[in-house]
Design a protein around this ligand. Structure first.
Ligand SMILES: [Zn+2]
Length: 220
């Protein structure tokens, strides 16, 4: 283990993100509060979008751990649930490759890893698929922390040179507006994909919902 990671793990011992009890990645009681997101139509260019958990409560904290702390057990635990859902949906049968919507290069350098890649590789392992980087992110600000209106515009991607298979499993940590997934699916289709199934660890209960605070901000 590298010294930095050892330091982080010493500072943040394995604890449930819901209640703080000693449990990793989540205690049984808090795991029971996790629920599936309501069914909603996928964004443009995406055949199906799957997510085991609604992006709220403990699920939100688990996703944050993937993004910021890289706690050891969270990624495989989420990946197992994501892979089970893919299998249950029947969508894994013809998939050629698992890929991911890459985070910004500055973020990857700051964190030392790309959380979407970590999840994609873990989901691929569970499904016995090849994980392959097929996308490049065009320069621009990261989605996290941007206003909802800007997030809906989304980042932009291009396919890397090489062959994009006809059927792609696109993996990301969370879907909120669906803009990132739609942009990634668009790039994959431009490069020849005919089917894009997206799986995220969590999805907002109502994608694209605008909060009263955001509406008030818009009116100003
Ligand atoms: Zn708990």
């Amino acid at each position: 283990m590298n010294p930095w990671r050892a330091l982080v793990e010493a500072a943040f011992p394995a604890s449930c993100p819901g209640c703080g009890r000693a449990a990793e990645p989540v205690c049984h009681a808090c795991a029971r509060t996790l629920r599936a997101p309501p069914v909603s139509p996928p964004p443009a260019g995406v055949d199906r979008w799957l997510a085991p958990f609604a992006y709220e409560g403990v699920a939100r904290e688990l996703v944050a751990r993937v993004k910021y702390w890289r706690t050891r057990a969270t990624v495989p635990w989420l990946a197992t649930h994501m892979a089970r859902l893919v299998v249950a949906s029947g969508a894994d049968i013809d998939v050629g490759v698992a890929t991911w919507a890459p985070t910004t290069i500055p973020r990857r350098h700051a964190r030392g890893f790309d959380h979407a890649e970590l999840l994609a590789r873990a989901v691929a392992r569970e499904l016995g698929l090849r994980a392959h980087p097929t996308l490049r992110r065009r320069p621009g600000p990261p989605q996290t922390g941007r206003p909802a209106v800007a997030r809906r515009a989304g980042p932009q991607f291009d396919a890397r040179p090489g062959v994009v298979p006809a059927r792609v499993l696109l993996v990301d940590d969370v879907a909120t507006t669906g803009a990132t997934i739609a942009a990634a699916a668009d790039a994959l289709r431009r490069a020849g994909a005919s089917s894009v199934v997206a799986v995220t660890a969590a999805r907002t209960p109502r994608p694209g919902r605008v909060s009263p605070g955001q509406l008030a901000a818009r009116r100003v």
